[in-house]
Design a protein around this ligand. Structure first.
Ligand SMILES: Nc1ncnc2c1ncn2[C@@H]1O[C@H](COP(=O)(O)OP(=O)(O)O)[C@@H](O)[C@H]1O
Ligand SMILES: [Mg+2]
Length: 409
């Protein structure tokens, strides 16, 4: 269909879906992560030559908010639903149990499920896990009993979203139970998804839980894959974007999945208003104008979180250093830049990282959401600007030093 034909039919206004846990119309740039999840599902689906199930490691999916952890777990749920063996998924939001193990047990095995288990005469000991179930559905079930009631004859997918909110006790009970069940051959795939604070939660439960899981860090989308988040859904409606329009969209969103959806919303609106199936520079600039207030609201909320932890000036300095250095700023550089602006630089680094303001990848430290740090520098007054400039100078100095030492080799 040409863009001219498409211009007659509006693109659905709700094509793009900004919002927590909203399934994106196209899951962009997560092929590597999808492969890991699909491999774990395949491992659990298969049997070894003695007919025993292969039990994959627990999966720990972590990253700053808005990067698509929930979206990826929803994809996994859909993916396993399509499997012939009829996977049994359970998804819970750890925020709903507030760290209370009894509440967690109720979420893992709600009463209708308990009744079903009992009616069918299933019990953990029948399943061979050396753990008996309570006599009645309304007795108090432990986390281990609730989890043991899940894996039956089909593979069980247990997704705990917002898992950083589990608290030490509930996560210890959950992970110990999963460890024992898996050890006894229960076909269970446990996926924990949470912000970078998840590391602290799991370490406080027992350090080995963090270390033993298969960890998938989830950062922003890279420059190659981010365009597809907009282009693919538009393509399904015979619509497209010109190259300069795409440049604008990429500059505005910088691979942050939530912003891509938000931008997409405004883009569709602007395209429909212009009755055009092709977003050009002018249409996309109009979309950007409408996007800015929403983006501003979002940044405002996050900036106040930054203020509360005393992180405004250190974050501005860190951002200056990252910009001044270019790709691959090290943690040491970021600490050096932040040091003059706080009393306890390690504590601030930890907080900024856990809140997703800064994100450490193998290649170096980057901003969780670059436009958020830009807006912090812009709006927090002259001292934030000065901290940024000082950080920038340190970043440049380190880059020059690196270039000189590379030349000397
Ligand atoms: N890979 C992706 N491609 C395009 N959009 C995405 C992708 N992942 C997430 N999104 C969108 O980004 C927003 C935030 O996703 P969500 O899964 O809620 O993030 P998180 O759980 O990490 O906070 C949602 O609007 C979602 O539709
Ligand atoms: Mg989420």
């Amino acid at each position: 269909m040409s863009s001219h034909q498409a211009s007659r039919r509006p693109i659905p206004g709700a094509l793009f879906r900004p919002g927590e846990g909203a399934r994106p119309p196209f899951l962009a740039g997560r092929a590597a992560e999808q492969r890991i999840l699909a491999d774990a599902a395949a491992e659990l689906d298969g049997k070894d030559e003695r007919g025993r199930a292969n039990i994959p490691q627990n999966i720990i999916l972590y990253g700053p908010r808005g990067n698509g952890k929930t979206a990826l777990t929803l994809w996994l749920q859909d993916f396993t639903a399509d499997k012939p063996r009829g996977w049994m998924p359970v998804r819970i939001n750890a925020g709903d149990c507030g760290g209370d193990p009894d509440a967690l047990a109720r979420l893992l095995a709600p009463e209708p499920w308990r009744k079903r288990v009992m009616e069918r005469g299933w019990s953990a000991s029948v399943l061979g896990f050396g753990l008996s179930l309570p006599a009645r559905p309304d007795d108090g079930w432990s986390v281990a009993q609730a989890l043991a009631s899940r894996p039956a004859s089909v593979p069980s997918l247990v997704i705990i979203d917002e898992a950083h909110m589990l608290g030490a006790r509930a996560s210890r009970l959950l992970l110990n139970a999963s460890h024992e069940l898996r050890g006894a051959g229960a076909p269970l795939l446990l996926v924990l998804a949470g912000t970078p604070e998840l590391e602290d939660t799991l370490r406080s439960a027992e350090a080995s839980h963090w270390e033993r899981g298969h960890k998938i860090p989830l950062g922003r989308l890279d420059a190659e894959s981010a365009p597809s988040a907009l282009l693919e859904p538009l393509k399904k409606h015979g619509a497209s974007m010109t190259e300069d329009a795409l440049d604008i969209a990429m500059r505005e969103t910088l691979g942050y999945p939530f912003f891509l959806q938000l931008f997409g919303r405004h883009l569709v609106e602007a395209m429909n208003e212009a009755r055009s199936g092709q977003a050009d520079k002018a249409i996309t600039e109009r979309a950007a104008k409408a996007f800015h207030p929403d983006q501003g609201d979002f940044c405002k909320g996050r900036r106040s979180e930054l203020r509360i932890i005393g992180g405004t000036l250190p974050a501005a300095a860190a951002w200056g250093a990252i910009r001044g250095f270019g790709e691959g700023a090290s943690c040491d550089l970021v600490l050096a830049a932040m040091e003059p602006h706080c009393d306890d630089v390690h504590d601030i680094w930890h907080r900024l990282q856990r809140s997703g303001m800064l994100w450490e990848k193998a290649e170096g430290v980057e901003a969780g959401i670059p436009s958020l740090l830009d807006s912090t520098v812009r709006s927090a007054g002259p001292s934030a600007d000065a901290a940024y400039q000082a950080g920038f100078a340190i970043g440049r100095e380190w880059a020059q030093w690196r270039a000189a030492s590379a030349g000397a080799e």
